[in-house]
Ligand binder design. Structure first.
Ligand code: AQP
Length: 350
């Protein structure tokens, strides 16, 4: 079975973008894959070292995974810091990756803002840790939102450079596998990582500005639907969502140049498991005064059971902690197997 890995940062305000762009895809992939889903707490301290309630935020992500339908018995759910092999491989990847590659990362530029000299070294090295998260399991498929595409390309570059730099050592240890890269046969240790981005909502936009991504760190809570919002709050946020004065078009082309309309139709499509075309067949020609109430009903119908289950799970911290602990133990065994081989490939004495 293909091995799937992905993670979500415990940085609070888990929102509809995280759900549609990532978590919902995690759920769907369980059937035909072996999945490892991680609460990436080491990533959470790259932008802000001190978190008001780190344990609570970690539990909230784990609860969201499980409430959405991830099965922690069949698959693995754990928090990143419980498996120190992630950080160990990240250090090795820091020595594989080039500063020039990291300098091109747009998320670092966005998150560091103007005061780049004051950003943490961890924020700069973030994509290297992300590559390690995936490759410490030699995972091949990574469901993420569109914003993570560049980081996954970097993970491929890191894997390829490691495979090239240690080609002879990999041959000698016999831990590599023969794979095809394009037309070429290569003997590689780390696989080429494949992003799984497609879907009707690969990038959910802010409800206040259709050109900005819905984000946990947006100062306006009205910009996002949080997974912990109740029905009343969801209704308020959708009612207040920015729109233009025109009716909805009946063709997808008509959404061009209308970022807010496009975003709301995309959200509806993703929640209803339909295409945007199908949504417009139903609502084309209608005003937002008709579409918004339908979107409110649908959002509440999909999210309320998840929110309810998340709350229930978060009330029983020992249950969630037990799931994470067991997941961590299982993940550590797998990660250590890779790290033993990596240490040997590099030539470290162990
Ligand atoms: N707006 C989005 N639309 C679709 N997918 C999204 N993701 C995030 N925002 C959107 C996806 O959610 C997963 C987990 O994200 P994360 O917690 O690791 O970090 P992030 O991308 O930094 O999330 P935020 O919410 O946007 O936080 P801030 O405000 O800190 O930037 C990832 O797969 C991501 O693609």
């Amino acid at each position: 079975k293909p091995l799937v890995f992905s993670g979500v940062q415990p940085t609070g305000n888990l929102h509809l973008g995280n759900y549609l762009g990532a978590i919902r895809k995690f759920v769907a992939l369980q059937e035909n894959n072996d999945c490892i889903y991680c609460v990436v707490d080491l990533h959470a301290i790259t932008a802000q070292l001190v978190h008001e309630d780190m344990p609570g935020q970690i539990r909230a992500i784990a609860a969201a995974f499980i409430a959405s339908g991830i099965d922690p018995e069949k698959h693995i759910v754990f928090n990143q810091s419980a498996v120190p092999q992630h950080a160990e491989l990240a250090w090795i990847f820091n020595c594989v990756a080039r500063i020039g590659w990291m300098n091109r990362m747009t998320q670092f530029k966005d998150k560091a803002g103007k005061d780049r000299e004051n950003a943490s070294l961890g924020l700069f090295a973030y994509p290297s840790l992300m590559a390690a998260d995936i490759l410490v399991y030699r995972a091949t498929h990574v469901p993420v939102g569109d914003d993570q595409k560049q980081h996954l390309e970097l993970a491929r570059d890191i894997a390829q450079k490691f495979n090239n730099d240690f080609m002879e050592h990999i041959r000698r240890t016999d831990y590599g596998v023969d794979t095809m890269v394009g037309e070429e046969h290569v003997h590689a240790y780390f696989p080429a990582v494949e992003p799984l981005i497609d879907g009707p909502a690969p990038r959910v936009m802010s409800l206040r500005d259709g050109t900005k991504k819905m984000s946990k760190s947006d100062a306006s809570d009205l910009s996002r639907i949080n997974l912990m919002d109740d029905a009343e709050m969801i209704a308020k946020k959708i009612r207040k969502a920015k729109t233009d004065p025109d009716a909805l078009p009946s063709e997808v082309e008509g959404l061009k140049g209308r970022p807010e309309a496009d975003n709301l139709v995309g959200i509806y499509a993703a929640l209803a498991d339909k295409t945007k075309e199908e949504v417009l067949q139903e609502f084309g020609g209608q005003q937002f005064s008709v579409f918004k109430p339908a979107l409110i009903d649908l959002s509440v119908a999909v999210l309320a059971p998840i929110t309810g289950e998340m709350r229930r799970l978060m009330d029983d911290t020992s249950h969630i902690d037990g799931i994470l602990r067991k997941g961590g133990e299982r993940a550590r065994v797998r990660a250590e197997k890779t790290m033993k081989q990596v240490r040997e490939i590099i030539g470290f004495l162990q």
